[in-house]
Design a protein around this ligand. Structure first.
Ligand SMILES: [Zn+2]
Length: 180
């Protein structure tokens, strides 16, 4: 398995990119103006989703600033840290509903967990102690994440729903809990 580690790229490239983003931010501040929003998400919603760069949650869901907590990791999995964020989101900041959104053509979709772990172990010299999250069936992956949240003692899982986002047409499809 080939790991895409671009070691030849100069740190200078990253510096230039980040400097461009800082210039973008200065323009954003001018548009943003001064607005003091409450800390509690006004739609009482938390979204657990993938870090994928093609998923614009504000656009996809019609969300505005201050309306929802967006918790993202590779795959949108119910990792210990995602559960930590959801616990704090619900207990401290009053969110109730949880949307789990995984997506088509995910970077994790084409790998087998053990093979990926083997390749990374060969590359860095030791085995990651955490699950990497490779999967083959996105619907099954959504169901597994929803089930993990529903059974977690740290999360109020009464209002959790799972979805698949199509990165090519922008649509959301709900995944029913039953494995039908
Ligand atoms: Zn993904």
């Amino acid at each position: 398995m080939h790991l895409r580690v671009e070691r030849s790229e100069s740190p200078y490239t990253g510096r230039v990119i980040i400097n461009e983003l800082l210039a973008n931010n200065r323009a954003y501040v001018a548009r943003h103006g001064h607005q003091v929003l409450p800390t509690e998400p006004q739609r009482h919603l938390a979204v657990l989703t993938c870090m994928d760069s093609r998923l614009d949650l504000f656009g996809t869901l019609g969300l505005e600033l201050g309306e929802a907590h967006l918790i993202r990791n590779a795959g949108g999995l119910a990792t210990d840290d995602a559960v930590r964020s959801l616990l704090l989101s619900q207990r401290l900041l009053g969110t109730r509903a949880i949307m789990v959104i995984h997506h088509t053509r995910c970077g994790l979709e084409s790998f087998v967990e053990e093979e990926l772990a083997d390749a990374i172990t060969a590359d860095i010299g030791f085995r990651p102690p955490f699950r990497l999250g490779a999967y083959r069936d996105v619907d099954a992956d959504v169901r597994e994440t929803v089930a993990a949240l529903r059974s977690s003692p740290f999360v109020d899982g009464t209002d959790v729903r799972g979805f698949v986002f199509d990165v090519d047409d922008g649509s959301l499809r709900e995944v029913t809990p039953a494995s039908s």
